[in-house]
Every structure is written in C-alpha cells, then in structure tokens.
Design a protein around this ligand. Structure first.
Ligand code: SAM
Length: 200
C-alpha cells in the first residue's frame, strides 16, 4: 500500500466520526446543535474568506462544532494560535482540543460572550465567526450578541454568520450596521448563505 492511499484511508473514518458525533448531538439537542450534519467545505470556505488575514488580533469562532469552519480559517491563513473557539458542547470541545492544540478552546455559552471569554481579550479581535443557530433565538438575544461582538472587535471588524433561513438572521436595516450577503451556497446540505455585519 502506498503512503498516499494509507493516509487517505486513515483520514476518511475521522470525517465520518465527526458526522456521527454531530448527528448524535442533534438527536440529543436539536435546537442548540441547529444542523443535522457539519457544514460542508464550500460553506466553510465562504465564511473564512470574509476574514482579513492581515488584520491583527484574535479570531473568535462561536459554535465551532466539530471544526469544519475552524479548518477553513486555518487553510485561509489564520494562525491557529489566534483562534479562540467558544463551544457549548463538551464532547465537541474535547474534539476541538485534539484537532487544534494551538487554539484556545473555551467551553461556554456564546450568547454570554463576555462571561465565556473570562478574562477578556488582550487586544481587539480581528473577526467573529459564528456557526450558532442564531435564528432559534429571540431577536433581542441576536442583537445583544452582535453588539457584544462589535464591542470586542476593532472598528469595522466583521461578524460572520451563516444561515439556512431565507431571511437574514439580523435585520439589514439595524441602526449603525452595514450588512452584506454571499450568494447562496448550493453545495451544502441544506443550502446556506453567509451574512456579514460590520459596525459603521
Ligand atoms: C449549526 S452547528 C454549527 C457547527 C459548525 N460551526 C459547523 O459549521 O458545522 C451549531 C454549533 O453551535 C453550538 N452551540 C449552540 N449553542 C451554543 C451556545 N450557546 N454557545 C456555544 N456554542 C453553542 C452547537 O453545540 C453546535 O456545535
């Protein structure tokens, strides 16, 4: 067996294992898991592309799950040591610590962002990337999260959120906020769109 084929064979079950754990988590907690399977590569890359790798400071990811967007961020050029991953599910936290040993993995509630970040950030964040199932939360909770995220970022830093919903997860006419959307990512189950919000 060649080196290449053995690497290929070793990698596949890992991805399958991610999916099995994700589906299990969805069966146990459908509302907080928010999806049946992890995001696909195209959606993860679409999210990562909105992060400006030349901007300094940590990159905060909310609800990283099994880490497909985390992988895309690293592929995009974000140093793993800059990643702060806030995940509620302790099983996913263990997986994330194994996969991304240089990243900071915090087990906590991303909707209480200040508390989840503990001592806070040494410098303003470059971006906040969210895989949270935001649309399952009341609008007031979504807006509070966005406001907290803006307070942690350098001015104009992006809050990046994907959604399966047709409507934007946060209204595009929210005062003082500029919003932009990606094309619909069809190569995802289900198809999704990425929304980016910046403080004007
Ligand atoms: C739709 S999944 C997205 C997972 C991953 N980002 C992806 O794209 O495949 C939502 C993730 O958010 C996590 N989550 C849900 N509520 C959370 C909360 N309040 N704080 C932190 N993570 C949360 C879930 O455990 C799950 O991993």
């Amino acid at each position: 067996m060649s080196v290449h084929s053995s690497v290929h064979l070793e990698k596949k079950p890992l991805r399958f294992d991610d999916e099995v754990r994700f589906i299990r988590s969805w069966i146990e907690k459908p509302l907080s898991t928010g999806a049946v399977i992890p995001s696909g590569k195209v959606l993860a890359r679409t999210m990562a592309r909105y992060v400006d790798t030349s901007a300094t400071g940590p990159v905060i990811e909310l609800g990283p799950g099994t880490g497909p967007v985390t992988e895309a961020l690293i592929e995009h050029g974000v140093d793993p040591a800059r990643l702060v991953l806030v995940e509620f599910n302790p099983v996913f936290c263990r997986m994330l610590r194994d996969k991304f040993p240089a990243a900071t993995v915090l087990q906590g509630n991303a909707y209480s962002l200040r508390r989840a970040l503990g001592d806070g950030l040494a410098e303003p964040a470059a971006a906040v990337v969210s895989g949270l199932p935001l649309v399952t939360k009341p609008m007031i909770t979504r807006l509070r999260l966005l406001t907290d995220a803006f307070a942690m970022m350098a001015h104009g830093g992006p809050f990046i959120q994907f959604t399966y919903a047709v409507l934007p997860p946060i209204p595009t006419d929210f005062n003082g906020v500029a919003a932009e959307a990606s094309d619909l990512v069809w190569m995802n189950l289900p198809p999704a769109r990425v929304w980016v919000y910046r403080h004007r």
